[in-house]
Write a protein that binds this ligand. Structure first.
Ligand SMILES: C[S@@+](CC[C@H](N)C(=O)[O-])C[C@H]1O[C@@H](n2cnc3c(N)ncnc32)[C@H](O)[C@@H]1O
Length: 237
């Protein structure tokens, strides 16, 4: 996806990029590729691919959820910043907190935030299982989201404890979202969530099936969740 078609596709969704935002995506691309030579951030480095599979894919969440308010968003396992940094570029009003268990990715994000001149972003090196136990963050966020981190049953235990009651958990998924959801029903219920809806679509040029799973937080998560690091993955609820 060329920069021009990235702009056009967003325009079709009613999102018109300013010159500054176009420049910020350009800086993001260059910083990502430069740092990727020193550390493993992404397998995708071709410019058109980065724009389609990282930038555009990340911002599709905004086609189905309103990010225009001053909400607090937590991105669990954001790696090189996806999906929350592209969303922050589009919606500077949102507050972004990223938690990732790989410290070198946190170093990259700190550098990137300076390069992009971002304000209202915080990055934490931690396991989501421990972060979700921390009273400073538990039940604190309006929205918690994740892309390509774990299957939905596991992801629910990493993300739902961080969502405030009446907040939203957004899981950005590929083709097998429905099957993952069927296996996650029990976990979602136990953790205080309720499925609101699944948005199903393809990336432009039929390049990949996508599903955005939107889960409402109905009740506080019981104290015992999340369990110890590694347990959600080993033994999903
Ligand atoms: C495959 S990458 C995906 C990165 C990004 N979300 C994306 O869509 O490109 C998964 C990321 O999740 C992080 N991660 C995996 N399990 C985690 C956990 N339990 N707590 C915090 N971060 C975790 C990894 O360090 C890695 O950066």
């Amino acid at each position: 996806m060329s920069v021009a078609s990235f702009q056009d596709q967003l325009k079709e969704q009613g999102i018109e990029l300013t010159e500054r935002q176009v420049e910020q995506f350009e800086i993001y691309f260059h910083t990502l590729v430069e740092w990727n030579e020193k550390m493993n951030l992404t397998a995708i480095t071709d410019k058109e691919e980065v724009y389609r599979k990282h930038f555009y894919d990340s911002v599709t969440a905004a086609f189905y959820f309103d990010f225009t308010n001053e909400i607090h968003v937590c991105d669990v396992g954001a790696g090189a910043g996806f999906p929350s940094i592209p969303l922050k570029i589009l919606f500077p009003n949102i507050h972004v907190t990223i938690v990732d268990s790989l410290n070198k990715r946190i170093s990259f994000l700190n550098h990137l935030a300076t390069e992009l001149g971002l304000e209202g972003v915080s990055f934490y090196h931690d396991r989501a299982e421990l972060f979700g136990k921390n009273e400073k963050f538990r039940h604190e966020f309006d929205v918690v989201m994740a892309r390509a981190v774990a299957r939905t049953s596991v992801l629910a235990e990493l993300c739902l404890p961080l969502v405030r009651t009446d907040g939203t958990f957004i899981a950005m998924k590929g083709a097998n979202a429905q099957e993952e959801l069927a296996n996650a029903e029990n976990a979602i219920e136990l953790l205080g969530g309720k499925l609101q809806r699944v948005e199903h679509f393809s990336l432009p040029n039929n390049d990949g099936e996508r599903n955005i799973v939107i889960i409402d937080k109905k009740r506080k998560t019981p104290k015992k969740y999340p369990r110890k690091p590694g347990v959600p993955n080993k033994n999903p609820l």
